[in-house]
Design a protein around this ligand. Structure first.
Ligand SMILES: [Zn+2]
Length: 338
């Protein structure tokens, strides 16, 4: 008898793996036929482990016959091919799976990462939580006595296997009251507060997807600056647009800056309340003045190339509590309960 433990590699195929394990071609054909009635062999994920038992050769020239093959092609399914007097036969074993999401709550002070990991939350869910909170709140606002409250997708199989998934809820609790409640929603997987979701359904309080008629030429994040030549944080999103194209207020607000502003050139900053602001740089001409109230979609200036700019474009930025955040991460103003 020969017992083999095999793992399906990335880019590997199920029949090739069986061949390498020493199965006879006739056995491989039978296995594919049996297994193919349950799953598409091409869908077996890389990393799947196989327990293979081969019997004694009937003659030295013959390959060993397959006696037993066990593997788990899906989280909720185990397959077992076994030789009996009538030849190879397949037994399927459906594994019960509990898909209830998992919730973790505890005191922030130092224990977040440990508590989350102890509950089986994957590091990616913890990182997701920290990033999401940071996008909406700022770590400096979190007090040591605050509680984290997070929910992530989770699957537990009856045989004890656990498969943790994405973060689906991120909250911060202070004195038993939620300070921040964010729910993952929609195809893009962005997080929204309940208030933000309600506002998102009213067009007037959402942000324009694009404050200018143009396409994105540079995203928010680290990049090599085209003029300064070294890598620095690009604190906004660039839209390529024709010289003189109108620039619209992303949402209702009050003009807090309108004028020359260093590398921003001709610049307009709008204050939208709730600590949220938007900035519009490199304008050829400014169409508003400081202190004015503007409506969403109102023209506030025109595309140009003033300040540190290599050509006509809109450098669009968003501020939360004075710090730049990715403007595309926010689709509506999210008010926080106090
Ligand atoms: Zn820019």
């Amino acid at each position: 008898l020969v017992v083999i433990a095999a793992t399906l590699g990335a880019g590997d195929s199920f029949p090739r793996m069986l061949q390498r394990a020493g199965l006879a071609s006739s056995d491989i054909v039978q296995v594919l036929d049996l297994v193919g009635g349950q799953i598409k062999p091409g869908t077996i994920p890389p990393g799947t482990r196989f327990a293979i038992r081969l019997g004694a050769r009937t003659s030295p020239a013959q390959p060993r016959p397959l006696e037993e093959l066990t593997f788990r092609p899906r989280f909720d399914l185990a397959l077992h091919v076994k030789r009996s007097s009538g030849g190879l036969a397949l037994a399927t074993n459906a594994i019960a799976v509990d898909s209830a999401p998992m919730r973790i709550r505890g005191i922030v002070g130092g224990s977040l990462y440990r508590s989350a990991r102890a509950a089986g939350a994957p590091p990616s869910a913890v990182q997701d939580y920290l990033r999401t909170i940071d996008d909406h709140m700022g770590f400096e606002e979190i007090a040591p006595g605050d509680e984290f409250d997070l929910v992530f997708a989770n699957r537990r199989a009856a045989d004890g296997e656990q498969q943790a998934g994405d973060l689906i809820y991120a909250g911060v609790v202070r004195a038993n009251k939620p300070v921040l409640q964010l729910l993952r929603w929609g195809k893009d997987g962005a997080f929204y507060s309940p208030q933000g979701m309600a506002e998102g359904s009213q067009e007037t309080t959402g942000f324009l997807g694009s404050p200018v008629n143009g396409r994105i030429t540079s995203n928010f994040g680290a990049r090599r600056h085209p003029i300064l030549g070294y890598v620095r944080m690009h604190a906004g999103v660039d839209f390529g647009a024709g010289f003189g194209a109108p620039i619209y207020a992303a949402t209702d607000g009050r003009v807090s800056i309108a004028g020359w502003h260093g590398g921003h050139g001709n610049y307009v900053r709008l204050d939208h309340g709730g600590g949220i602001g938007t900035g519009y740089a490199h304008m050829s001409r400014i169409a508003v003045s400081s202190g004015m109230n503007v409506r969403r979609g109102q023209v506030i200036g025109y595309v140009g190339s003033t300040g540190l700019s290599t050509g006509p474009h809109l450098h669009y930025e968003m501020y939360r509590n004075g710090r730049t955040v990715n403007p595309l991460s926010m689709t509506s103003i999210t008010q926080r309960a106090t």
